[in-house]
Design a binder for this molecule. Sequence first.
Ligand code: SF4
Length: 239
Amino acid sequence: MKLSIKGFDQMSLLDWDGMVAATVYLPSCNFRCPYCHNGDLVLAPDQFETIPLDEVLSYVTEHNDFLDGVVITGGEPCMHKELPKLIDTFREADMRVKLDTNGSFPDMLDSLIGEDVLDYVAMDIKAPLDFDSYSRSAGISDRRTFDRVRASIEILLEGAVEYEFRTTVVPTLHKATDLERIGEQIRGARRYVIQNYKPRRETLDPDFGKNESPYNSERLSEFKSMMDPLVEECIIRGE
Ligand code: SF4
């Protein structure tokens, strides 16, 4: 398999709710979210050493007594045509698999769901579903990419796999009305997660968010109250 693993967390309690997971980071992404905290993995993944799959696999196999599964994240994992093979490899090691995705590869997503090899999918919704808003929040300029995001939302709404939609709420990009529009556009979704933005010095756009303060708990609770009637479950992460 040519796929390069560029990061590996041996154990995380944060990447999959209720699960003890190992997390694998795959390189590159077709989005350019200005607030991305993995800018180096997106823009210059070659600076990271490749971690041999055998090494990852022997760790998860040796520790399958306490590991519940593997989270595959990035970057954007679905960019890699070798992803199904990687997932198969983890499943053969009796690991459950969660996939994090920006949703712009619906064919890959649909195929993986059809093969019944995913236990959970977390898909980002970067903005209300209009091209201008999405373009600003995700740094994309191609309408076909945006259309593919919408297609992935429809696939997940069918409910053939456990999933969540999630939005990292950044005050300069997301107002209450934006979240309400997202709620209307994914009405009836099984789970929606409001993720608070965590300011850090390194963002993909180095000038982004220098003076950005995250929303406080009170505002996040207001957003949750607004979303509660629109989705089956709404939770806040990172208050
Ligand atoms: S935050 Fe945006 S740019 Fe960064 S990995 Fe996720 S989708 Fe890609």
